[in-house]
Write a protein that binds this ligand. Sequence first.
Ligand SMILES: NC(=O)c1ccc[n+]([C@@H]2O[C@H](COP(=O)([O-])OP(=O)(O)OC[C@H]3O[C@@H](n4cnc5c(N)ncnc54)[C@H](OP(=O)(O)O)[C@@H]3O)[C@@H](O)[C@H]2O)c1
Length: 291
Amino acid sequence: MKILLIGASGYVGSAVAEHLEGAGHQVVELARPGDGESSRRRERRVGDLTDPRSLTSAVTADIDAVVNLATPTGDAEADANAVAALTDPLRGSGRAFVYTSGVWVLGATGPGPVDESSPTNPIPIVGYRPRIERQVLDTAEHGVRTSVIRPGIVHGRGGGIPALLVDLARKHGAPTFIGEESVRWPMVHIDDLADLFVAVVERAPAGTLWHGVCEPAVTVHDLVSAAGRAAGISARPQAWPLDEAREALGAPFADALALDQSVSGAAAREKLGWQPQRQGAVADLLDGSYR
Ligand SMILES: NC(=O)c1ccc[n+]([C@@H]2O[C@H](COP(=O)([O-])OP(=O)(O)OC[C@H]3O[C@@H](n4cnc5c(N)ncnc54)[C@H](OP(=O)(O)O)[C@@H]3O)[C@@H](O)[C@H]2O)c1
């Protein structure tokens, strides 16, 4: 398939691009105007989520699937318009459109693990995303093979939020958590997540939602302890008062890091044959890509 990828320069998008190519697909990048020259080996089109016309004109007849892995704009109307602009050219064609959301739309889950049938209860940082998810899934009625993927917290390749935990341990001289250390995060290895994107692009039915989660609930205590070891620090984990964390990281992001969740990724394993095989997040911090 020839696949238009929005967000190919990002943490997750660059891994997904590699895995799509590894599965024999051709990736076309949608880059923002004036973006760097680094990946010129791929075909590129110029566009921006805030410019719907640029998106529609990038979805030409030779594009078999569109994957949106870009960070949302922060403006609900702009993101809704972007989804419409990307899916309008696909209407009636049965071609695929994959939208990336995230497990934070579920809010605090209670004991869990919760699956894709669980209602959303988004925290402020992802406040309007359920509306965009609904728009994407409803577009299946117009002959587009739409899917939504909600990744857990992504680890691997030394990046993402776990890299922030390593930095915080260095900066504070101790492993640092926000809120309670019993808080749990659903985790996914970036290369396993990229495999899920390939599976969804290739064979997910229209109008389907998937949790991209390998480990449903890893405690922040275990994650920050391992991050401390990765930073060469053996002190006991310490709490970062929420008001200080909010000041440093911004309230929406700090609150998201204090969110307790347990989320199941079993449906993608059972229905799409997704087979996560990489190391877990704690092992990755201790002996893997964060050392
Ligand atoms: N990382 C995680 O743990 C995680 C977990 C759950 C969900 N997600 C979701 O996964 C998606 C990707 O996350 P990430 O961690 O890979 O983010 P990232 O590393 O910040 O990458 C974001 C990508 O979006 C592109 N982009 C940003 N604004 C754009 C715009 N207006 N128009 C076109 N492209 C734009 C960026 O391009 P430039 O190079 O031009 O900036 C970049 O390629 C996001 O929707 C995020 O919410 C991530």
